[in-house]
Design a protein around this ligand. Structure first.
Ligand SMILES: Cc1cc2nc3c(=O)[nH]c(=O)nc-3n(C[C@H](O)[C@H](O)[C@H](O)COP(=O)(O)OP(=O)(O)OC[C@H]3O[C@@H](n4cnc5c(N)ncnc54)[C@H](O)[C@@H]3O)c2cc1C
Length: 351
């Protein structure tokens, strides 16, 4: 679309944060708008960030806040992300990006309403009694089955970084103590700092949700097995292109990034209850990540924090950053477009 207002200079945008939320947002901005200067600023990059620790499956696994419940925005983010990954899965890029379409068994006790995301995965169904017997699941359990994607976030982020640089994006490694340090240097600042937003924009609503997992070599496993009990105990087996991730934990408020050997032992025991043969799998690594917990994702324009630059926030995705990322990037880009028009720039976009 073309808008009448004119300014000669090119709009300058900074995206802060190079995780699964920030980097795709930066790439989308650079690709969708003509004549935009986009700078990506981050303290750390893949493979040293939370996004690298994610399982990662397109399905809400950890849901200890409102972030995982249904609303029209979350519906849209999930749907758009699923479609994005599906198109990549069909393309020749899938091999490099390590995106796998996997069948999933998702167990639970007692009765549960169907999940809000059931229409965005493929072939959602309730597993019948006979199949439960074959699966050898314990009495009293129920199960959903469907197909969805697992991915290796690091592979995807490596590709996105190549894209970003190839289309003229500028990358700066820098830790910001405050957004005021770059107020006025950029017309718009897109804040995608995840857990870092707690300090960077002084948001006490952001908190860590610690997750520990084990990566094993188990190439015979091609199916996801997952269970999330009412008291919050997570057990999951996520096959990815090159490995299988066993999990997990979700400890709200815990800042420790040290692997706890007792927790690893408990994870292995729980996963072996479903697939005993996993006990023979070679352990590649144990890992810990801090999910950016928040009561809800903050994806909005903020005109008050800074004097000169406008801020667009995109953070607080909890255990769902990989499930939401492409949909959130698209919404963030629309907000940036709106802000540019407000500031009187000519906006030539492909939106
Ligand atoms: C064990 C585990 C399993 C998970 N599994 C799944 C899953 O299966 N499916 C799913 O959807 N999600 C999953 N998640 C959640 C997902 O990983 C997160 O929601 C997502 O990674 C958040 O991405 P982000 O880009 O916001 O944060 P990050 O990946 O943490 O990136 C933040 C970026 O901001 C930068 N930054 C922060 N502060 C500053 C600062 N002050 N100055 C400059 N730069 C700064 C960082 O350096 C980094 O580049 C899982 C998480 C964990 C821990």
């Amino acid at each position: 679309m073309q808008h009448a207002m004119e300014k000669v200079k090119r709009p300058r945008i900074a995206v802060i944060g190079a995780g699964i939320i920030g980097l795709p947002t930066a790439v989308m901005l650079t690709k969708i708008f003509y004549k935009l200067e986009v700078t990506l600023i981050a303290e750390e990059f893949s493979p040293h960030i939370t996004s690298d620790i994610a399982g990662a499956i397109i399905r809400p696994v950890v849901d200890n806040s409102e972030v995982g419940s249904r609303d029209s925005r979350r519906d849209q983010w999930t749907k758009v992300t699923f479609q994005h990954l599906y198109s990549l899965f069909l393309s020749p890029l899938a091999k490099t990006l390590d995106i796998s379409l996997v069948s999933t068994y998702d167990m639970y006790k007692g009765e549960r309403e169907d999940p809000w995301w059931k229409d965005y995965v493929l072939g959602f169904r309730h597993v019948g009694e006979e199949e439960m017997k074959v699966l050898q699941y314990h009495a009293g359990k129920n199960c959903w089955a469907y197909s969805t994607f697992t991915m290796i976030s690091g592979s995807y982020l490596t590709w996105q970084m190549e894209q970003f640089k190839a289309i003229g994006g500028v990358v700066v490694q820098r830790r910001l103590e405050s957004l005021k340090e770059i107020d006025g240097t950029y017309d718009i600042i897109v804040n995608c700092t995840g857990l870092g937003s707690r300090q960077l924009v002084n948001d006490p609503e952001v908190y860590p949700v610690r997750g520990q997992a084990i990566v094993v070599k188990a190439p015979w496993i091609k199916t996801v097995f997952a269970e999330e009990t009412e008291d919050g105990i997570l057990t999951y087996v996520f096959p990815r292109a090159d490995s299988v991730v066993l999990g997990g934990t979700a400890d709200a408020g815990n800042w420790s990034t040290q692997v706890d050997p007792l927790v690893s032992k408990a994870i292995m025991e729980r996963c072996c209850m479903y697939i005993p043969g996993l006990s023979t799998a070679e352990v590649v690594k144990e890992m810990v990540g801090l999910r950016p917990g928040r009561s809800k994702v903050r994806l909005e324009v903020d005109e008050t924090t800074l004097k000169k630059s406008t801020v667009v926030h995109n953070y607080g995705h909890g255990g769902l950053g990989v499930t939401f990322f492409w949909g959130c990037a698209l919404d963030a880009v629309k907000l940036v477009e709106h802000c540019l028009i407000q500031k009187g720039f000519t906006v030539n976009s492909k939106l």
